[in-house]
Design a protein around this ligand. Structure first.
Ligand code: SAM
Length: 472
């Protein structure tokens, strides 16, 4: 029985409800009166239910689809402005006891090099990341209670926060590790993590069990209920995601929104972010074996519809996507992107020798951080290295209220300009610096409150004098 407020996976992600939703969407995909009503509701920026959003996903009528895209763009501008937050993944260990059939870290893969960073190696990797200009990391690890126990992850987080190289610092550590216990989530919270990210991979239980044939990740309910345990452990910001390509995208889309509705119903706050990874080629993995791959157009439509269905949830695009795809979808509502990523365990400080490949998947966007920052600016965006919200305690529903109140322009916008200024002063090439300085000058005018603008200008001067880490 479908019940969004239930704590049981099979009830809040009910297969019957998804099947009924997909049938409803199919029946109504040309019901233009209903579609126009849903579009009008979306325009109010209050979000859409999984049923409403699924009807829009099924609709193929060109003018209405065009309206979905325009609305996603407008909504992004309204709530997120033109800022894009930057981050990088850091792979700690690829030891794993699971059997995920799409992931090269699966236990039976004997030809991938198994690696786990020592604390000394973490110092070197994080120093290299700081020297690029990164301030925000997403930690990644396989699931292995012997090689990567929670104590190891906690020690790594401590080490990362303690490294201060030149003007560098990692100010926010997000964590993407396997589903765990409330007690362990509490430890992660106490270690000062930002968002806890866990991809559902697929919401389709039967497929999920086939795709995760062995290991602790096989347990669908334990995995699906992880975000509830994380929130019970005190983590306010959780990040959802589906690995597109494993199952039918319409099924996943409905499941994803039902998961968001469930978190809102039970915890009073929806997901902080949604990631939209697509399967990539990797050691031992041929993505064409999975026959639910989606085209770039469907991918863009999914991004646009996530944007209008959950307007207050950030959206993340990784370097799994090429520069071209990123160009297509960023304007549709993406709020965070990674730059200059390595998906190997180690590899930031010096490239991994070919015979020791430990990569999780092929990266499509191979540009340096400086190139990504410059490209974003040339494209009309403000690359932001801001981590202020979480450090000021604006997490969970407090962040959502900031977003809903429209005060972001007086808060996130100046923070973005100040962190971009730090980047320009400390890490940028001459050309990037030139473009960035002009952008900051122009964007100062877009801070609505005069007082905030003055304080921001003063902070920008102080950054030039060598002082760092201002925030609203
Ligand atoms: N071990 C943790 C877990 O099971 O959730 C951490 C996550 S893993 C390091 C990060 C994510 O990479 C996975 O959740 C999966 O969605 C994604 N991934 C795995 N194999 C992939 C592939 N071949 N292409 C693209 N993404 C992949």
């Amino acid at each position: 029985m479908y019940n969004k407020a239930s704590l049981k996976a099979e009830e809040f992600i009910s297969h019957e409800e998804i099947t009924a939703t997909l049938a409803y969407a199919e029946e109504n995909k040309e019901n233009f009166a209903l579609i126009d009503e849903i579009l009008a509701k979306a325009e109010l920026c209050k979000g859409l239910s999984h049923r409403e959003a699924s009807v829009l996903l099924a609709c193929e009528e060109p003018t209405r689809v065009a309206r979905m895209y325009t609305m996603a763009e407008e909504l992004k501008k309204k709530f997120y402005g033109n800022r894009i937050v930057m981050f990088a993944p850091l792979y700690l260990s690829n030891y794993c006891i699971n059997g995920c059939v799409y992931c090269p870290y699966h236990m039976k893969n004997k030809h991938i090099a198994r690696k786990k960073l020592t604390q000394e190696e973490i110092v070197r990797e994080v120093t290299a990341l700081q020297d690029m200009g990164h301030k925000r990391l997403a930690l990644e690890a396989g699931e292995d209670p012997v090689n990567n126990p929670i104590e190891y992850i906690l020690e790594c987080i401590d080490t990362i926060y303690s490294i201060k190289h030149k003007n560098g610092a990692i100010r926010r550590v997000n964590v993407n590790i396997a589903a765990t216990t409330v007690e362990n989530y509490r430890k992660l919270k106490d270690a000062g993590i930002g968002t806890y990210i866990l991809f559902q991979e697929t919401y389709h239980k039967e497929s999920y069990e086939k795709l995760h044939p062995t290991g602790p990740k096989h347990d669908y309910a334990y995995h699906t209920e992880a975000m509830d345990r994380a929130m019970e452990g005190g983590i306010d910001d959780v990040g959802l995601g589906v690995l597109f390509g494993l199952e039918l995208y319409k099924y996943e889309f409905a499941g994803l929104l039902m998961h968001a509705e469930h978190l809102e119903a039970v915890h009073g706050v929806g997901p902080h972010t949604i990631s939209v990874p697509r399967i990539k080629r990797a050691d031992d993995i041929d993505p064409t074996v999975f026959d639910n791959g989606i085209s770039d157009d469907i991918f863009a439509k999914l991004c646009a519809l996530i944007r209008i269905s959950v307007p207050y949830t950030g959206m993340i695009i990784s370097t799994r996507e090429s520069k071209e795809v990123r160009e297509k979808v960023i304007r549709l509502g993406v709020s965070q992107i990674s730059g200059a990523s390595r998906t190997s365990v180690g590899g930031y400080c010096e490239p991994e020798p070919e015979e020791e490949n430990s990569e999780q998947f092929d990266v499509s966007d191979k540009r340096t951080l400086d190139e990504v920052v410059r490209w974003l600016m040339e494209f009309g965006y403000i690359p932001s290295f801001c981590t202020a919200c979480y450090r000021e305690g604006r997490t969970g529903d407090r962040f959502m209220s900031l977003c809903k109140s429209g005060q972001i322009q007086n808060c996130c916008h100046p923070n973005a300009l100040m962190t971009l200024k730090e980047y320009l002063m400390d890490y940028a090439s001459e050309e990037t610096k030139r473009i960035g300085e002009a952008l900051i000058q122009a964007e100062l005018n877009n801070i609505p409150k005069e007082k905030v603008r003055e304080v921001c200008e003063d902070h920008l001067k102080k950054i030039e004098e060598g002082i760092r880490d201002f925030r609203f």
